[in-house]
Design a protein around this ligand. Structure first.
Ligand code: RI2
Length: 307
């Protein structure tokens, strides 16, 4: 699928999940590179930069999208020959997609080690990385029950309940406001990530910080399952993360409240590192305070000089 259509599918959340939007953007850039009809390298670079801009504008919060398109187009401006540039984009996109898929298996294995047999685990929204850990732990006979939060307003908890039960995990679906009521009986919480900042702050689906606070209060370990491309080099340069706000119609039907009532629909929230026990990445289990080192090792010190 080409960039324009992919950007629209990401914007409308037809395609969603921080890793999946990055993969689809990488594939779209590959398609654009393959489809470029003319012979001039300058035109190719302009077209690729246009596609990149369109994809980046589709959703603002998940750094995975930015890291994905940067990975695919890295070095393009230094290439002087069209076929070499095309080949490079295609190769980078294939590498990114494969690495991101392979990361889930490692995260699953390492995440599963954090559980003892008979565990009850909770997860929020629909994170393929968190689900990988729960499903692997279940395969090892460690999961007694998984609890999925509904995750209003998009109700991605329904997807999670389906994913988990398809994998044979005994699953309970709850409304978001039931989290504290259940937390005392939970052994661990596993969530995903849209962005991890250089100071260890987690940006994830709205409601994540409430789960973390309640887990902290009940002394329940809180784990973040995140591929290294969820870490943000931009925050290392001082950038703030933009929290996406979506349309009121996602929360309420027309006429349900007077038009004087403001509807506020933030999609993500920030969880401070002191509520996070560990971040489980494909290259190891790390404390949230290691975010800076992960960013330097994965993206290079030079990444702080970006615009
Ligand atoms: P994986 C999702 O965002 C959720 O916030 C989820 O926790 C996160 O992406 C990570 O998901 P959205 O696209 O990459 O539903 O682990 O807004 O699948």
């Amino acid at each position: 699928m080409r960039a324009k259509e992919t950007a629209e599918r990401i914007r409308s959340m037809e395609v969603r999940g921080a890793a999946e939007i990055a993969r689809q953007a990488a594939i779209a850039l590959k398609e654009e590179a393959l489809a470029y009809p003319e012979m001039d390298i300058q035109g190719f670079k302009l077209a690729m930069n246009g596609s990149k801009g369109m994809l980046l504008a589709s959703r603002p919060t998940a750094i995975s999208l930015w890291n994905g398109v940067e990975f695919v187009t890295k070095g393009m401006n230094d290439v002087q020959e069209l076929e070499a540039a095309r080949e490079m984009i295609v190769k980078n996109a294939d590498i990114f997609v494969k690495r991101s898929q392979d990361a889930l298996a490692n995260i699953g294995k390492m995440g599963a080690k954090r559980l003892r047999p008979g565990s009850r685990v909770m997860t929020h929204c629909n994170s393929k990385a968190a689900i990988a850990a729960i499903v692997e732990a279940h395969r090892q006979g460690k999961v007694k029950e998984a609890i999925a939060t509904e995750s209003r307003p998009w109700r991605q908890g329904i997807l999670t309940a389906n994913d988990l039960s398809e994998a044979g995990v005994p699953t309970t679906l709850i409304v978001d406001s039931a989290v504290r009521h259940l937390m005392k009986d939970i052994d661990a919480v596993f969530v995903g990530a849209d962005t991890i900042c250089s100071n260890g702050v987690l940006i994830n689906k709205i409601g994540t910080s409430q789960l973390a606070l309640m887990a902290h209060e009940a002394r329940v370990p809180f784990y973040v399952c995140a591929e290294t491309f969820k870490f943000s080099p931009k925050t290392m340069s001082g950038d703030m993360v933009e929290i996406e706000e979506r349309d009121a119609t996602e929360i309420i039907k027309p006429g349900e409240v007077p038009s004087s009532v403001r509807i506020f629909n933030p999609v993500f929230d920030a969880t401070p590192p002191e509520y996070i026990d560990s971040i489980i990445t494909e290259i190891g289990v790390v404390p949230p305070y290691a975010a800076y080192e992960i960013i330097v090792s994965e993206f290079g010190q030079g990444s702080i000089f970006m615009e």
